[in-house]
Structures are given as C-alpha cells and as structure tokens.
Write a protein of this length. Structure first.
Length: 153
C-alpha cells in the first residue's frame, strides 16, 4: 500500500513540477484582478478596513486607485515580460497590507498576537501570497530572461 501511494504521489509530483509555478502565478493574478476590481467598483469587503487604515485619504478616491494598482499587478503576473517589475510592486503592496495590524490593532485581534479576528486572518493569509510571489520570482529569474532573449528557452 505504501509503495503504491508513493508511486502515485511521485507521478503527481512530477506533473506538478512542470505546471505548479504557472498555477501559482495565474492564481495570484486572479486574486489580484478580482480583489482589485471589487475595490474599483466599491464592492470590496475590505473597504472599511482600508478606510480605517488609510484615514488621511478620501476613500472614494483612494479605493479605486488601490483597486487599479491591484488589477495592474494581476495583469503583470499574466504577462511574463513584466514579472520582475510586478513582483516588486506585489511585495511592496503586501508590506502595506500589514499596516492594519499596527494602525487598527483592535479590528485585527481579539487578543494580540495569538487570537486574530476574521480581519486579522485575512491579513495573515497574505503570507501565503508573499510566498507564492517569491516562488514565481525564483522561476522568472535572470537565467529565464537571458534564455528568453537569446531564444533558447
């Protein structure tokens, strides 16, 4: 039984080795485009949190701009040519998403730091998005672009 399971797992693993980075890249793009579009159209459940965090900007101006930036990041992830710039933008964006933990701590934790609210969990899950972006960055590195430009991909 064990060897049968491992055999199937390793077959699956080999397939995923070929496709997993594109899957994470496309998944990140979908999340960014979707969440950004919600902000553009004033439908984001994170709207109130953003307003509380970035209280010095008018939300009716800031939210669509933030949404547009998120859509641009999503589109940049789909266009391999722009991935290095997109990853830099994504990581900067992700740093900013942790601001509510410090600015509106009570909205993020029932008991800091071990009992996050739903909002806190929403923020903490960004660690997965950061990790995914780093995996994508590792794939689309200097060697990848050198091979792409020389036609030896």
């Amino acid at each position: 039984m064990k060897s049968s399971f491992l055999h199937l797992y390793f077959q699956f693993s080999q397939k995923m080795e070929k496709h997993s980075i594109n899957l994470i890249r496309i998944s990140l793009a979908i999340v960014y485009i979707w969440f950004g579009a919600l902000k553009i159209f004033g439908m984001s459940p994170a709207g109130e949190l953003v307003e509380q965090t970035v209280y010095w900007f008018k939300p009716e101006i800031f939210m669509p701009i933030l949404g547009l930036c998120e859509v641009i990041i999503g589109l940049g992830l789909l266009l391999k040519k722009y991935i290095p710039y997109t990853i830099a933008l994504l990581l900067m964006h992700m740093m900013v998403t942790f601001f509510p933990i410090f600015i509106v701590k009570k909205a993020c934790f029932d008991a800091f730091p071990y009992c996050p609210t739903l909002i806190g969990q929403y923020i903490i899950k960004n660690l997965v998005l950061i990790s995914g972006a780093l995996v994508v960055a590792a794939k689309y590195n200097q060697t990848y672009y050198a091979n792409l430009n020389s036609g030896t991909k």
